[in-house]
Design a binder for this molecule. Structure first.
Ligand SMILES: C[S@@+](CC[C@H](N)C(=O)[O-])C[C@H]1O[C@@H](n2cnc3c(N)ncnc32)[C@H](O)[C@@H]1O
Length: 219
């Protein structure tokens, strides 16, 4: 019997040359290639974003830029993506990948701690009015901080906009009883509870790869 993951990959649209390049360079130049979004989820992100038709996207957790490229591919000509990453050593690889994918003009890479970057973005959007609200936020940085990211991004997402969070099944750990008490599992489990109980949103967990929580802000 075939492995179901292999079957899915073989029967989904292949990744572009630029994404293949990012994947290869990630394996060569980093020790954390397992953090890559990958071809199937990357394609799903692009298609989901196209269905949502966003003009402004925020990504928290760039890594080597794979998911940022997938999301940027869904943007219209005047669309924009801001992506936040703490590790400045990744900058050269990220920017080369964006250029190869032809999406460099549409993306701003913000190096720094996500919570600090989010505080700045909140000020520019909510107080100064110098930036538009986001149509879509993709959350994929520090799993311990998902509850804080949720609170920080909520007001800077348009009513009717979306928040998408990756790894929300955390390899099934969120279902274990008793819940493992490591900070990453607790962070994700708390975040999933927040979304499920929040009357301001509707949400569904999609079991793609490690789980995507797809949340729509209804008010
Ligand atoms: C799972 S990876 C992101 C994968 C990426 N979205 C992709 O598809 O290729 C998580 C990234 O979040 C970054 N990160 C972790 N904590 C962060 C923080 N506090 N602020 C900003 N980025 C952070 C890590 O350095 C890492 O590159």
């Amino acid at each position: 019997m075939k492995d179901i993951g292999e079957y899915i990959a073989e029967h989904s649209t292949r990744e572009t040359e630029a994404l293949e390049w990012i994947k290869k360079q990630t394996h060569i130049r980093t020790n954390h290639a397992r953090m890559l979004t990958g071809a199937v989820q990357g394609r799903f992100l692009k298609m989901l974003a196209e269905a949502v038709s966003p003009r402004n996207i925020l990504e928290i957790g760039t890594f080597t830029g794979y998911s940022a490229v997938c999301l940027a591919m869904a943007l219209p000509g005047d669309g924009h993506l801001d992506t936040l990453e703490i590790n400045d050593e990744l900058e050269d690889l990220i920017t080369e990948g964006f250029a190869r994918a032809g999406v460099a003009e549409k993306i701003s890479l913000v190096i720094g701690d996500a919570k600090e970057s989010l505080a700045r973005l909140r000020k520019e959007i909510l107080e100064d009015g110098t930036r538009p609200l986001y149509d879509l936020v993709y959350m994929d940085a520090n799993k311990r901080e998902y509850p804080e990211y949720y609170d920080l991004v909520f007001d800077i997402v348009k009513p009717g906009g979306y928040i998408l969070a990756d790894n929300v099944l955390w390899d099934g750990k969120v279902c274990r009883e008793p819940l493992p008490q490591d900070r990453q599992t607790v962070g994700i489990a708390t975040f999933n509870e927040m979304a499920a109980r929040d009357p301001r949103v509707e949400s569904v967990i999609i079991p793609v790869r490690d789980g995507l929580n797809f949340i729509r802000k209804i008010r």
